[in-house]
Structures are given as C-alpha cells and as structure tokens.
Design a protein around this ligand. Structure first.
Ligand code: AHR
Length: 508
C-alpha cells in the first residue's frame, strides 16, 4: 500500500490575491528568441508581419499576462532609437552581451504589435548600463506621451499615433553582475535607478518602476546589494526584481564547478526559491520601515527557470546564434511546477513573475524554420496560468518526509491551491517529489464539499530525464486523467512517483 498524505483546504484561509501578472514571460534579443523564434520572415509558418503563427498560437495557450522585453543582459548595451523608423535604414550592430549581430529588424513597434496580438501587458527594461537616465525618459516619452513633443511626434511619424501606454518599466538589468555591460556597485546603481525613475515618472506619472535586486543568491553581494538598493530607492519604485535559475546539478555562479547529479535535492529546490523570496520580502519590510513609507513595494520575479548552461552562451557574431538552447525533461517540469506552487504560496508578496524565456533560449518552446515543439516545462506553466485565479489558499499538508542532501528532510508532497470567488472554481496543484514512491493523497475542502472535481491532468513517467524533441514532440506531456469522485468533501487519488497533478473543482 502506498504512503498516505492529506491536504486540507478552506476557501476562507487565504494567503493573498493572486496577481495574474505572475504568469509572465520574457523575450530577450538573445540567441534565437526574437529572430527565428517569434519573428522569422523567412519561415513558411510566418504571417505577413514575419510573426511565427505556430509560436503565437502556443504562446496564447500559455496565456502570458505580461512580457518583459528587450533584455536581460542585452538591454544594457541597447539603443532603442536603432529599432525605429524604416527597417531598411536601421543599423546593424554588435550586441556585446551575447556576441551576436543585432539587425534591429524587430524593435519597439514590432514588439508592441506582438504584445497586442498576444493580449499581454508589455514590461519594458531601460538601458542603465551604457544608457543615460535621459535616454530612459526619452523612451517613456516616445512610448507613452500624446503627440506634441519631439519623441511622441516621432512615434506618430513611425506609424503609431496613439500612445502605447506601457505601464511597467524595469530600471536596468542585473547591474551587480560582472558580466553586465556597465556593472556598478549597489549605491551607484541605487542612485541611478532613483534618478531614472524620477525622470521617467515626471514624463508619465502613471508608470510603475522595478529596481534590480541581486542577480542570484550565489552573488557575493547578496543580500547586501538588495538592502542597499531597497533602502535608498524605496519611495521611487513599485517593485523589486529577483532572478533565480535552478538546475541539476545545482548551478554555481562561475558555472565552472560541476557538482554531481542530486535529483532528490533538485526536486526539493523550491525550498531555496521560497527562502529567497522570504529574505527579500523581509528586506522590503525593513526598507519600508526605515523610509517611514506608506507605500508598498512588491516582488517582481522577472527571471526564473531551469537553466543548465550546458549549451554555450557565447555567440559567434552571427544574427541569431544557436546559444543556450536548453532541452527540458520530466524532472525539470516538476521543478517548474514547484516553482509555480511557490508563487501561489507567496501570493501576498510576489506580484509579477516572468519565466526566462519564451522561445528557443531557456524556453518552453523550441523552433526550427518549419516546425516547433513544446518542451516539458510548457505543461505546468500552461496549467497554472490558465487555472490558478482568485486567492491562493493556505493548504495544510501532511505527507511523508524524505531526506535530501541539500535541504535535509523535505515533504514528499508539494502543494498549492487557489479559489476564485467570482467563478466558484478551485484549482489544486500537487507534486510528488519522490523518484520511487507513489503517494495516496486525500484532498479535503474543510468548509464544504465542492459540487465536483471537474477536471484532472497529470504528468509523470519512470524516467526523470525523458523529454520532447522534434522527432518525438509529445513524449512527455500533461495527460487528462479521470477526475477523482468526491466522497463528501474528500477526493482521494494516487500520485505516481515523479508526478505533477492538477485538479479543478467547482464550488457552490
Ligand atoms: O535570461 C538569460 C540571462 O540571464 C539574462 O539576459 C540575464 O538577465 C540573466 O543573467
């Protein structure tokens, strides 16, 4: 008989309102994300604007609510004025961050067309590496002001009369990183971010700005960088950014040291993600108190994903170098599911999150000129994004504890849940982290039985390393399974080892 576990839910025991913006993506001018990913005029699958129709359809399935652009490291050397005006006149430049040639055939207008077509909120990063605070404010003027000034008139001349109204603005990217173009220390960055944010808001007071946190918990400056920036910039920002990548073996900041595979720890790595969010949430509270502020700042987890760095990150100065094309497997999908559980379980503090990235590089979709496939991580992302809504519920979980090298004793079952009062829909997300042991779980809705568990999907399989490919695009997917029949307010089901299960329930 399998081990037993229980999950108790109460629709009134909430953690916080789920911000739909936690289901976000990130599209950087990097490798083949933009060129040959989103935009590929030479593909038979592209429309008249050069947008890949198969990619657009898959991105719509994922239902991204916000899209960060244009970087990432790329943005720290990007001149946005290169990307406007007639395409034939746009300059070709070396993009230093990823050693590629930037043709600028995809720029601000093309991105806004793409975002509008997808129905996703744009989140724009300004260049605080080589860029000045004036250039950042000029970009806000170009994108958001009604005509009648230099840059807003230029926008109209380039075909867009109405302001775009971009609301979310990242103040640079990972400015603590030695790899960053224009790296600076925390105090210098904090002051530049404050001045940029001030100018940008004077240009358009309705915008929200996001300051950079440390680029990883493994950075030597973490968490001092975060405290310095938050304390200095608190009253000039709305969100504070955090980045986090995981891998098996655990990634190191230098990426030179390779540790042995440790799958049990990897499957428990959400413990570390949650700790990171807790530390920064506490830093935000300290900064709020220090600044005697009445405003709230929230976490913007604007880069997260599994990233092995197995495929080199250095381009060859070509237009769309094949760099960082990660291949994902079942265990990666399970880690992504636990990450999304973490977002729900931190719904009170995490209000924006963007998976890095959306196509080809570190991404749920992989293309070649004539085909595309969905990687394993596509499935948890899409299930959460389409079904988690309303409030996140604080689940009371009883499950066996298993031992891991990195985190000690860890619950075999990782859970999150949501309830949407407007529709009466509940969603429960369950990950069985064990590589070998099934788990019989009983979910109980403490304050009344749902009318039914209406849908259930499951991802599982014996091989944690199994993945999809052009040849076998559907080897590892989420399968619809029979929804468990209710016994009063209880639903009991078997979770295979290495599995991710989603249950939808309808409540009176
Ligand atoms: O997402 C890939 C890269 O990771 C981004 O450009 C950078 O911000 C981070 O280091």
């Amino acid at each position: 008989t399998p081990a037993q576990a229980s999950v108790a839910l109460h629709t009134g025991r909430t953690i916080g309102e789920i911000s739909p913006l936690i289901f976000g993506g990130f599209a950087e001018h990097m490798g083949r994300c933009i060129y040959e990913g989103i935009y590929d005029p030479e593909s038979p699958l592209s429309d008249e604007r050069g947008l890949r129709t198969d990619v657009m359809a898959a991105l719509r399935e994922t239902n991204y609510r916000i899209m960060r652009y244009p970087g990432g490291n790329f943005v720290s050397g990007y001149r946005w004025t290169d990307g406007i005006g007639p395409k034939a006149d746009r300059p070709r430049r070396r993009a230093l961050a990823w050693r590629s040639i930037e043709t600028n055939q995809f720029g601000p207008h093309e991105f806004m067309d793409f975002a509008r077509e997808l129905g996703t909120e744009p989140m724009w990063a300004v260049n605080l590496g080589t860029g000045s605070i004036q250039e950042a404010a000029d970009l806000v003027e170009y994108m958001n002001l009604p005509t009648g000034t230099l840059y807003s008139d230029l926008r109209a001349a380039n075909g867009q009369q109405e302001p775009y109204g971009v609301k979310y603005w990242c103040l640079g990217n990972e400015m603590d990183g030695p790899w960053q173009i224009g790296q600076m220390d925390a105090a210098t960055y904090a002051e530049k971010a404050v001045q940029a944010s001030k100018l940008m808001r004077w240009m358009d007071p309705s915008i929200k700005t996001i300051a950079c946190g440390s680029s990883a918990t493994s950075m030597p400056g973490y968490p001092d960088w975060d405290l310095t920036v938050l304390n200095h910039a608190y009253d000039q920002i709305d969100y504070f950014s955090m980045h986090h990548y995981a891998a098996n073996p655990y990634p190191t900041v230098s990426n030179t040291e390779r540790l042995p595979l440790d799958t049990d720890s990897y499957l428990a790595s959400s413990i570390h993600f949650a700790e990171h969010a807790d530390t920064l949430a506490a830093a935000i509270r300290v900064a709020k108190a220090k600044n005697r502020s009445k405003r709230d700042v929230h976490l913007c987890w604007d880069e997260w994903n599994v990233w092995y760095r197995a495929k080199g990150g250095d381009g060859d100065w070509s237009e769309a170098p094949h760099i960082l094309e990660e291949e994902y497997n079942l265990e990666d999908a399970l880690v992504v599911a636990t990450w999304l559980n973490t977002f729900l379980n931190k719904a009170d503090v995490v209000k924006i999150a963007c998976i890095a990235q959306i196509v080809n590089v570190i991404a749920p979709l992989m293309t070649r000129r004539d085909a595309m496939f969905r990687q394993t991580i596509f499935y948890p992302l899409t299930l959460f994004s389409n079904h988690a809504a309303g409030h996140a519920l604080a689940a009371l979980v009883r499950a066996p504890i298993h031992d891991t090298k990195r985190y000690g004793g860890v619950s075999q079952l990782d859970v999150s849940a949501s309830f949407d009062e407007a529709t009466g829909r509940g969603a429960t997300f369950l990950v069985n982290r064990s590589q070998t042991e099934p788990l019989q779980v009983t979910v109980t809705w403490e304050n009344g039985a749902p009318q039914a568990v209406t849908h259930a999907w499951q991802m599982s399989g014996p091989d944690p390393l199994a993945g999809n490919s052009f040849e076998a695009p559907d080897a590892v997917t989420a399968q619809a399974i029979a929804a468990p029949v209710l016994d009063g307010a209880h639903a009991t089901l078997l979770l295979p080892p290495l599995s991710f299960t989603t249950l939808l329930s309808q409540h009176p």
